[in-house]
Write a protein that binds this ligand. Sequence first.
Ligand code: NAD
Length: 488
Amino acid sequence: MTTTILLDSSSPPKLGCFIDNEYCQGHGQGWTLYNPKDAGQIQELVGASKDDVDAAVTAANRAFKTGEWATSSGAQRAKRLNRLADLIDENAQALAYFESLASGRPYSMVLQGDIPRVADVFRYYAGWADKIRGDSYAPDDGFYKIVEQKPLGVCAAVTAWNGSLHFLAWKTAPALALGNTVVVKPSEKSPLGTLAFGSLIQSAGFPPGVFNIVVGDGNVGHALANHMDIHMISFTGSLATGKKIQVAATESNLKRVTLELGGKSPAIVFEDADLENAILWSVRGITANSGQICAATSRLFLHKNIADVFISRLEVAFQAIAAALGADPQEPTTTYGPLVDKLQYEKVLGYISEGRKRADMVIGDSQKSGKGYYVAPTIFKNVAHNSKIYREEIFGPVLCVETFESEEDVVKMANDTEYGLAGAIYTRDISRAIRIWRQLDAGTVCINCAAMIGPQVPTGGFKSSGLGRALGEYAMRHYAEPRTVWIK
Ligand code: NAD
């Protein structure tokens, strides 16, 4: 089998739009990308103007309505999606490098964690492309009734920086499998990995206009949310932006909206838990990606009989991470990187400073001196329940620890949040685990592990954590409209 290398790590994409299968210069706002490991400049980029967004949507609309894609069979779409998945694998190193550069996410994490999963999501939905079913009903009332799934048209995807390629795959793979066309806008904080996708799209054989990319800030996202020729927008990002997107979608053409938003997820450790395992996953649950994960288990509830031991073990693990603070995220051995930018860094330090007044700090005093935006993993206990660190999503490596005695109390505390994205339960008692799972307000709960995702099962939030689901067969419902015919 030949390997097709299309991307070169030393040459990140320079143009801010990919429209009709061609890279082109944006005509909107320009900005500079910085590497958060040292605040060094990476490159400048010019984003899309409103006219560029219109051009991308026009191309996508044309490709949806006319030509090869409009008449493609599921098998033909599957072939392109499978080829794209292979190209993702074959160009993994450059993709991971581009993703790491401006986000500060460890290259190793993106290479070994994100890239294979992203390729698997395209393969998973390639498998669905020729299995799109409808329904038919017996003519017991004198009429045949047939229902089929019709693709929507142009679907927009607006994504966050903390896992851009995951979100790109979660949104575009089901949309394309069903025959829609897409316009993707990555976060302005880390757009390079997404932009590099243009080369893979060309080579995978997608017809022009099927997959378009525009970069830029919230104004570009708003132009998509507000666009009259876009029929669906799928968003991953903060609650505040998600609300704006829903308003713009409603006030324009009532386009469909799915929202993958934030979280303040609980992890509950019972006294019968396998403590080694619970400590391992609890550490990962708040330090992976330096805490910048929507499903981070940022509130840890410990049974009072194990709380002291558990906290001292966490302290040891956090010390080890802090000892390596400042490592270069682009080095293959680095596992803990900086926060994404100065804004996020100052925001997280603000929460830590509030925590010092409203809680007891167990560990977390060290910040790396120098230019990088590194924050040591931090634990607070005895946290005031009305404090910001207890209630708001911090999106950094800051853990609030609370103790409990009864199941009833811990369920009440775990659900006492506006969010409902994820949760974790650690116990050897499977009946108890299932009982607690069914009481938690959370889209995904992990038992004896944390923050899991996979192509077959839906992910998404209850309450203010979102609308709709990504992944699995469930996600496909968002990208097709059922239409019915009655036959006499
Ligand atoms: P953000 O809301 O600041 O930005 C997300 C995207 O929205 C970016 O592309 C941005 O340019 C765009 N945007 C900003 N203003 C807009 C507007 N008015 N209209 C349209 N688009 C606009 O979020 P972020 O800082 O990039 O990401 C962090 C947030 O994302 C956290 O809250 C995190 O929990 C959440 N998140 C959720 C999931 C999930 O699956 N539930 C996954 C990852 C991240």
